[in-house]
Design a protein around this ligand. Sequence first.
Ligand SMILES: Nc1nc2c(c(=O)[nH]1)N=C([C@H](O)[C@H](O)COP(=O)(O)OP(=O)(O)OP(=O)(O)O)CN2
Length: 162
Amino acid sequence: MAAFRIRVDHENLKFSSAHFVLFGNGKCETLHGHNYRAWVELEGSLQPSDYVLDFLVVKPLMKQVCERLDHKVMLPTENEDLRIDPGDSVVGVIYGNKQYSFPAEDVLLLPIHNTSAELLARYICGVLREEIKSQFGGGGVTAIKVGVQESFGQEASYEEIF
Ligand SMILES: Nc1nc2c(c(=O)[nH]1)N=C([C@H](O)[C@H](O)COP(=O)(O)OP(=O)(O)OP(=O)(O)O)CN2
């Protein structure tokens, strides 16, 4: 089967954020940060413009998502073992015998089960999918794939049919 695929992967598509992966049974990583990078690939048919979708519209969408994640402590709200108390000025978090409190403005609550690169990729993919659908009606896009790199040589990607 023949298909066109575009890829947007720029050095400014990055976010520097803190997280800790939860392993269950009260075990988790220590809080730490990564200089994440993200990229997206879109597969689809050519439009009258001879584009699948203009790079110049995909790039700012990706940039927006990265900016939302940048300089935040990312916390997963879909993990039943992580207790989050989202106050107006302080977010309290309890996991096993660990307790954290963060300034609310530094926290980003994400509707995911864990802040692994895999689930961050799926989250970003979902945000982009909805933006592309609402702004361009999908265009000719048939599949979307997002990659999230934690550090050089370590990345996860997620792909879904549009
Ligand atoms: N499949 C996945 N494996 C791991 C993930 C992930 O998201 N998906 N995440 C981690 C951790 O976040 C961990 O911090 C990364 O591990 P590590 O490479 O040890 O950490 P550094 O970036 O600090 O790299 P150094 O080589 O230690 O400097 C683990 N696995």
